[in-house]
Ligand binder design. Structure first.
Ligand code: MSP
Length: 515
């Protein structure tokens, strides 16, 4: 298989200490939308997601609930997996960091780094935030002396730690980022990393004493310490790629040759809060192991609870995931993908949700319902193969902008291009007035042209919206007489005269929820 047609995409692995929420769902929808786009274009796709199960946070949450950490992780991993199934996430693997295979790969990786002289031990003394699992220096702390990230109190500790010689890779990392302008998108995040790298890069503590934290992967060269959860977590991308033999106690199998595996990943999709581990720790760890770097990082922003005050006073703070019950998963996926410019922050408000839902109902849904009813009413479901330029020009330019936006990872722009085609098609109905043509038997050929052009457009629209609304587009394409949603390449070539179009029940019924 052509190497370029392979696409390995990843979501972060989610902490098994809490329930899936909108933040997790956004990252996962984004990954699934891109994965479906590539799959539909004929690429061989591997989409990875999973749960991050070790570390102090999980150990403490389990203790709080009075269960063993493994039991908590088993429950939460099942919750995440079923939430994703329910939301039509088509992942290829759900990895759990407590799996034997992953523990083996972490140990092989660390053995490799240790042998190569990139790990040393030292006494660490300073401040530690349990919640963030991070060490801080005095000057990092808030004026009140708390964790600068989460604001919680920190503890003073002094303990033996193993360190990774991350500082030695600073120049190579800067060079890599400078030579690959698209390695981190959007640019604002790339600049943030380059800015951070203007200061000297410190070495990275990669262990925690087992006396304090037992819930982790033991270091292969010192059983008295477990691996720092971020180091263990990042390696999940490698484990799932199949590049490294987990039984490789020598720590070398697969490191010198990754062919035949999915490594390197094409795209890590992450939120801006986890930029440093992905853009600094991970590439330098890989450099030290002598492995190729992932090809790209897509860093998205946060969903904020917009207009918080107003919602509070109205008492209607809604989690967009709750809207799935009334509007269906596809509508929520559409809203989240269309509303947030990939990479920026966005506020969730019920008003904006209804406005975006309105586009589905009034533009796409309306087009499908009127075009389909006319094809059924005037031509009994089968249009001729009338050529007619109709909307073909718009289809061509839409495809070009859609692919370009997807290639730049601007999913919101790709979706806007698709919706714009539906808008143009509604305009074409208005000006073409098929109902007038239908009244005049002498204008039958013109009517055929208009209807065939609308049918071709609906077929293309079903393919354009497939990645974001897989369920609805399956319904639409089936009512157009297709056995499945076609690829975009196929969509523009389908002979409309062979199709039997059937009535479609409203795809996006009128909303009952008012705001
Ligand atoms: N376990 C780590 C990731 C390890 S990856 C090797 C972690 N897990 S997490 O459960 O906290 O979830 C992380 C993902 O959810 C991040 O991409 C984060 O940006 C995303 N979100 C969490 N809240 C969010 C919002 N409010 N909005 C958008 N995404 C945010 O970090």
């Amino acid at each position: 298989m052509n190497e370029l047609r392979r696409r390995y995409l990843t979501t972060p692995i989610y902490y098994a200490s809490g329930e899936p929420h909108i933040g997790h769902a956004y990252t996962t929808f984004l990954a699934d939308t891109l994965a479906r786009y590539h799959r539909q274009s004929g690429a061989h796709v591997f989409l990875l997601t999973g749960t991050d199960e070790y570390g102090q946070k999980i150990q403490e949450e389990a203790a709080k609930r009075g269960v063993e950490p493994q039991q908590l992780c088993d429950e939460m991993a099942a919750r995440f997996a079923s939430a994703w199934k329910e939301m039509d996430i088509e992942y290829d693997r759900f990895i759990r960091t407590t799996e034997e295979e992953h523990r083996g790969v972490v140990q092989a990786f660390l053995t490799r780094l240790h042998r190569r002289g990139f790990i040393y031990d030292d006494i660490y003394s300073g401040w530690y935030c349990v919640h963030e699992e991070r060490y801080w220096t005095e000057k990092d702390l808030t004026p009140e002396g708390n964790c600068p990230d989460c604001g919680r109190p920190v503890r003073q500790i002094e303990e033996k730690n193993y360190f990774f010689r991350m500082s030695g890779f600073q120049e190579d990392l800067v060079q890599h980022i400078e030579e690959h302008p698209d390695w981190i998108v959007p640019e604002i995040r790339r600049n943030e990393v380059l800015g951070f790298l203007q200061q000297p890069l410190a070495d990275l503590s990669i262990s925690r004493p087992a006396s304090r934290l037992h819930w982790g992967v033991p270091l292969p060269f010192d059983e008295g310490h477990v691996t720092y959860v971020w180091v263990d977590a990042l390696i999940n991308y490698l484990t799932a790629s199949g590049a490294i033999d987990p039984d490789g106690s020598e720590g070398s199998q697969g490191f010198d040759d990754v062919t035949g595996s999915w490594w390197p990943a094409d795209l890590h999709i992450v939120g801006k809060d986890i930029l440093t581990p992905h853009a600094v720790y991970w590439p330098t760890l890989l450099m030290a192991a002598g492995l190729p770097l992932p090809r790209q990082l897509l860093v998205h922003g946060w969903w904020l609870s917009g207009k918080a005050k107003m919602s509070k006073s109205l008492g209607n703070v809604v989690d967009p995931l709750d809207l799935r019950e009334e509007f269906g998963t596809d509508a929520v996926r559409w809203y989240l993908m269309r509303e947030m410019p990939t990479g920026a922050d966005a506020s969730y408000t019920p008003e904006r949700f209804l406005a975006r839902y309105g586009e589905l109902a009034n533009v796409l849904g309306n087009l499908a319902s009127r075009a389909i009813s006319m094809i059924v009413r005037y031509r009994d479901g089968t249009v001729g193969d009338a050529a007619g330029s109709g909307l073909d020009g718009s289809i061509g330019s839409t495809l070009a902008s859609y692919h370009e936006a997807m290639a730049e990872l601007k999913v919101h722009d790709a979706l806007e291009a698709a919706m714009d085609l539906a808008r143009k098609a509604n305009g074409y109905v208005e000006t073409g007035e098929p109902w007038t043509l239908a009244k005049d038997p002498a204008r039958g050929a013109e009517l055929d042209e208009v209807l065939a052009s609308l049918l071709r457009t609906l077929i293309v629209l079903s393919a354009l919206f497939l990645p974001v609304m897989p369920r609805k587009m399956a319904e639409l394409s089936s009512s157009l007489g297709l056995s499945s949603v076609p690829s975009l390449e196929e969509a523009v070539r389908i002979d409309t005269s062979t199709l039997e179009v059937r009535k479609l029940s409203p795809m996006f019924p009128k909303a009952e929820t008012q705001v």
